[in-house]
Design a protein around this ligand. Structure first.
Ligand SMILES: [Fe+2]
Length: 606
């Protein structure tokens, strides 16, 4: 399931949870001195496929978007407007026309009233609205400060950007993956936004209409679910879509291993992408690693920076519910390790590695295919009677014979931040945000709260101990990538206000053991300004003597008052995460999921 990445993040009213130990946040950015120039409050209202531009030449900034009427002002039964003169034409063959008409019948007459969590008028409001098309490489304005030399490379952030305006139910996780890449070279920056050319995207783009039902929202009531299932079967029988070529959205994250850059979504194989020297982003292929990778792979593989190996897994609704595997430093996939001791299908979005172990979570969020089909609910649901547990397996295991599970009541994690070994391997330490009130995970992300914890598992005694590190609502947390799998000190977490909106970044010192809040630095973006997942870029990645926090925290930030997006570079060592460079982007970047910085040298070999 794709975007599950983003979502299970939390939130709550964090203002009441500010900790006294926190360094006082800097004064907020001043509010706009003039009335808002552009308040993006609606989604586009046409059904136009994006204009696919293949040029890689330097282009002027796009003109300001024309405001559209709010989606909520349109009747759901409104006929779609005529197709625009540009972009791929809609396939008007008889089968395609019939299927499209049936789809319209389901949307307009069979679907029950939409809940807010799957109502596109709600889900795609504000800066969650998709951008209307792709953006070729476009020069940006460095409006303050200077871009440090260590940022030569590209920062890419993945996220959902539905190719077609949904006419029926739509969940935040359901959009086609779009990569927003800022390519930096010698202090200059260019922004490029491109869809990942998944199989689903390509088929739907060529037909000029959606074909696959949305995974998280498309099954909406028994009658509508049955109708959508039958329609999809008919489309497959007619040769319109072959699921064997991939059903995923590649909308969740990115990873770089084996000298290749991948866009990832956990319901499909990785899609290899590349950033061209002039800043364009191209999809290379759907990668099955010489036929050795089947069906799907997590969107959160872990790369050991010292060995170059990548560790990953897949999970699903049929046994084995979890399968662990790894890649060597050249990107060669090694044999699967099926985990049959995972006895029920569980939502397993992320995991962690140490130098000796891989750590999996078995949480109270499980997969509910029957409920989805017969109850019209989500494919993912919660089981409050289940005791969450952590499973630890040697990271080079060839089978699960040495895997051990440890009950950790109340510990429901969606993301893991880092893990390491202590006491000569007798103890494993895991840092992760624990999701409070997991029952709200899918439908009310604004009601859940993520509490970053340090969990210590003694493999000799079986004792599990836990330490909360901050009371703030933090997720989308990252570390210096050079410290994956080994003991680290600093974590940079996104402040949910509420999630999935991010109002700032907090730096934690997780080495503290004095039961105090571990926050040591904070940067709030200011009124009306929201960012996303931060990413840490080391100033001297090859210098092992460099301090762990010697580098920069980067993120896209959107100003909802002005309708403007920026790329911010913050000094990670300063107590207020001082902004050392601000890049005005030529077009807004919608809120999204996970990102990755890829250095210039890596771009050249990928
Ligand atoms: Fe994620």
């Amino acid at each position: 399931m794709d975007a599950l990445s983003s979502s299970f993040l939390s939130s709550t009213s964090s203002k009441s949870l500010l900790i006294s130990a926190v360094n006082p946040p800097p004064p907020p950015l001043p509010p706009p001195s003039s009335p808002p120039l552009l308040s993006v409050t609606s989604v586009r209202t046409d059904e136009r496929p994006p204009k696919i531009t293949t040029t890689t030449t330097r282009s002027p900034p796009s003109p300001p978007a024309q405001p559209s009427p709010p989606l909520s002002s349109l009747p759901r039964t409104a006929p779609p407007p005529p197709p625009p003169p540009t972009g791929p034409r809609r396939d008007t063959s008889l089968p395609v026309t019939i299927f499209s008409a049936l789809d319209g019948l389901i949307n307009n007459f069979i679907d029950p009233p939409l809940k807010p969590s799957v109502d596109p008028c709600h889900v795609l409001s504000g800066n969650f609205a998709p951008v209307p098309d792709e953006l070729p490489p476009t020069d940006c304005l460095v409006e303050s400060g200077r871009l440090p030399a260590c940022l030569d490379g590209a920062y890419l952030r993945n996220g959902p950007n539905p190719q077609f305006l949904p006419r029926g139910p739509y969940h935040l996780f359901d959009g086609d993956g779009m990569l927003h890449s800022i390519k930096i070279s010698r202090g200059r920056a260019r922004l490029c936004s491109r869809y990942v050319r998944t199989h689903k995207y390509s088929v739907e783009n060529s037909l000029g209409m959606p074909v696959l039902p949305n995974v998280f929202s498309g099954f909406n009531g028994l009658a509508a679910s049955a109708a959508r299932g039958a329609l999809l079967a008919a489309r497959m029988a007619a040769g319109q879509f072959n699921p064997a070529n991939g059903i995923g959205l590649a909308n969740t994250s990115l990873a770089f291993f084996g000298n290749r850059l991948y866009a990832l979504g956990e319901s499909d194989l990785p899609y290899e992408v590349r950033v061209t020297p002039d800043g364009d982003v191209e999809t290379v292929r759907r990668e099955d690693f010489d036929g050795k990778l089947f069906m799907s792979m997590t969107a959160h593989p872990k790369v050991d920076p010292e060995t170059g190996e990548a560790f990953a897994f897949r999970y699903g609704p049929v046994p084995p519910f979890l399968t662990y595997f790894r890649f060597d430093k050249n990107g060669k996939k090694l044999p699967d390790v099926p985990i049959f001791s995972m006895v029920r299908p569980s939502f397993l979005h992320d995991f962690a590695i140490t130098k000796k172990y891989a750590i999996f979570s078995d949480i109270q969020i499980g997969m509910n295919p029957m409920d989805m089909i017969f109850g019209g609910g989500s494919p993912v649901g919660t089981d409050p009677g289940k005791v969450p547990r952590l499973g630890i397996i040697p990271r080079y295991a060839k089978d699960e014979s040495e895997m051990r599970w440890f009950d950790v009541p109340g510990f429901n994690i969606i993301h893991a931040i880092n893990a390491w070994d202590e006491k000569e391997g007798d103890e494993v330490v895991l840092i992760a945000p624990n999701i409070m009130s997991v029952e709200h995970t899918l439908e009310r992300m604004d009601l859940i709260h993520a509490l970053v914890e340090k969990v210590r598992i003694n493999l000799r005694t079986g004792v599990v101990s836990r330490q909360p590190l901050s009371a703030r609502n933090l997720d989308f947390a990252v570390i210096n990538p050079g410290y994956v799998a080994r003991r680290n000190k600093y974590v940079y977490g996104a402040v949910g206000d509420p999630m999935p909106k991010v109002s700032g970044v907090v730096k934690l010192d997780v080495s503290r053991s004095d039961r105090q809040d571990c926050t040591v630095a904070c940067r709030m973006f200011g009124p009306g300004c929201y960012g996303g997942e931060p990413f840490f870029v080391a100033r001297e990645p090859g210098n092992r003597e460099a301090a762990e926090d010697d580098g920069y925290v980067v993120s896209y930030v959107h100003d909802e008052y002005r309708g403007e997006s920026r790329f911010l570079v913050m000094d990670a060592k300063t107590p207020d995460l001082e902004i050392v460079a601000s890049v005005r982007l030529p077009r807004r970047v919608p809120y999204g999921f996970h990102g990755l910085f890829v250095r210039e040298g890596q771009l050249k070999i990928s």
